[in-house]
Ligand binder design. Structure first.
Ligand code: UD1
Length: 427
């Protein structure tokens, strides 16, 4: 297993290219199931989760072809074709590797009239149920059975009718499943209190490009008029706002200046507002934005919330950055329980953080020191990389597979702005 070794203390300066968004890619890929035509997705990030998702789709009968990329180029293009659905079962072996596998449930049901997906197992960031995914599909006319660790959804008469559903809490994944199922239903569907994340907008835009009829895109009230069939098309994945935000924190924690090339600031208002409140200077450039830390960081009070609020996927990285700010910061995690698994590891590096239930107090001014650390999820791992970039001495981040799930060529991008960071193969 590989690890990432960092010698901290360098001010980072330069440009980092921002990749396609992981969370968008993972909801655009299953759209291949909705059409007999060819779906070509560009700007796909090169990530373990994208590979795993395409293997899952292969098992359902979707062929995938990756266009060659030149050396040094980021991203890639994939053409997916599901002329026929060969199997409507997503097995445990695939789903356990990646929770996002649940996103084949809606589109497979819509296209084939049935869909069987293993229930996802335990998750490091708290209990993540899928009840809302099932409820929205039921509202669209599906019959749901749970047996032997699998959920089986079927459409009476082979096609969903469509229907209305009001989400009791905002869920990104359940909104995605609902949308992908509703586009091929025989009637109209209305989703209330739907998630409004930019990745949902990306999904809606793709579905419309394929011939879907959706009103209210970008709002929490989506109206979907089902169509008989969808066509293939070519579509580019949106830039990753969480990757961009993570590298903005790298500028912050090292007192550096980084241009995030290809970032889309309009998707990142809550993040840029928080960065600015922490004292960073944000400049919009022709190709994205530049983030500069030219004075000591200020403490913050931040609470995570569904979009357009501050994303839970940025909480760990901000916590690392705020551990070196001058003063006391307050963080509150309202989306997932148990999402402070990075705290004990940050403490081992010298951060002074107290957790009280869903709140955390970060007593700033820490002089971080390098250590061997490991994390249990993707964003938590990134917070340790950030702490390592600012720490005195050497930091070794173990369990790199978490980072490989969500950060394309992390060490290459950070080396490009002057970091001393390398991947070490432990055999
Ligand atoms: C998605 C992202 C994840 C991100 C999260 C929040 C993907 C593949 N994953 O996760 O990286 O951290 O959004 O932005 O895009 N809930 C239920 N029942 C359900 C579904 C969700 O109770 O059926 C609850 C969850 O426990 C949580 C909240 O709703 O408290 C929001 O979860 P949700 O938005 O669904 O997150 P994911 O789609 O799993």
């Amino acid at each position: 297993m590989d690890s990432i070794r960092i010698t901290g203390g360098k001010r980072l300066e330069g440009k980092i290219p921002i990749s396609g968004a992981k969370n968008s890619a993972l909801t655009l890929l299953p759209c291949a199931l909705l059409t007999e035509g060819k779906l070509t997705l560009g700007n796909l990030p090169r990530l373990a989760d994208v590979d795993n998702f395409s293997h899952l789709l292969n098992g359902l009968g979707v062929s995938t072809k990756v266009a060659g990329v030149k050396k040094g180029e980021f991203g890639r293009k994939m053409t997916l074709s599901a002329r026929e659905i060969a199997s409507t079962v997503a097995p445990y072996d695939m789903v356990r590797k990646m929770r996002a596998s649940i996103l084949v449930l809606g589109p497979m049901l819509a296209r084939a009239g049935e869909s069987t997906v293993s229930l996802p197992g335990g998750c490091a960031i708290g209990d993540r149920p899928i009840d809302l995914h099932l409820k929205v599909l039921e509202a669209l006319g599906a019959e749901i059975e749970l047996a032997a660790g699998y959920v089986k959804a079927s459409a009476p008469k082979g096609r969903l009718s469509g229907g209305d559903y009001s989400f009791p809490v905002v869920s990104v994944g359940a909104t995605e499943n609902g949308l992908m199922a509703a586009v091929l239903a025989s009637g109209r569907s209305e989703l209330f209190n739907a998630a409004r994340e930019p990745e949902i907008v990306d999904l809606c835009n793709l579905l419309v490009a394929m011939g879907g009829k959706i009103d209210g895109i970008g709002s929490s009230h989506l109206v979907i008029d089902g169509v008989e069939g969808l066509d293939g098309c070519s579509y580019d994945v949106m830039p990753d706002r969480i990757e961009a935000g993570s590298y903005a924190c790298a500028a912050g924690i090292t007192g550096g200046s980084i241009e995030l090339v290809g970032a889309r600031p309009s998707d990142m208002l809550a993040i840029t507002n928080a960065l600015a409140a922490a004292g960073l200077v944000i400049e919009f450039t022709e190709n994205g934005m530049r983030v500069t830390a030219d004075k000591p960081l200020r403490p913050l009070a931040v609470s995570t919330a569904p979009y357009p609020g501050f994303p839970t996927d940025m909480q760990a990285q901000f916590m690392a950055m705020l551990s070196v700010a001058e003063g006391q910061s307050f963080l509150e995690e309202t989306i997932f329980e148990n999402r402070y698994m990075h705290v004990p590891e940050l403490r081992r590096m010298g951060a002074d953080i107290e957790v009280h239930g869903r709140s955390a107090i970060v007593k700033g001014g820490a002089k971080l020191t390098g250590a061997q650390v490991m994390a249990t999820d993707l964003r938590a791992s990134m917070s340790l990389v950030l702490a390592g970039l600012a720490a005195k001495g050497e930091t070794e981040v173990l369990r790199v597979y978490h980072l490989d799930r969500g950060y394309e060529r992390l060490e290459e991008k950070l080396q490009g702005v002057g970091a001393t960071i390398e991947r070490v193969s432990l055999g």
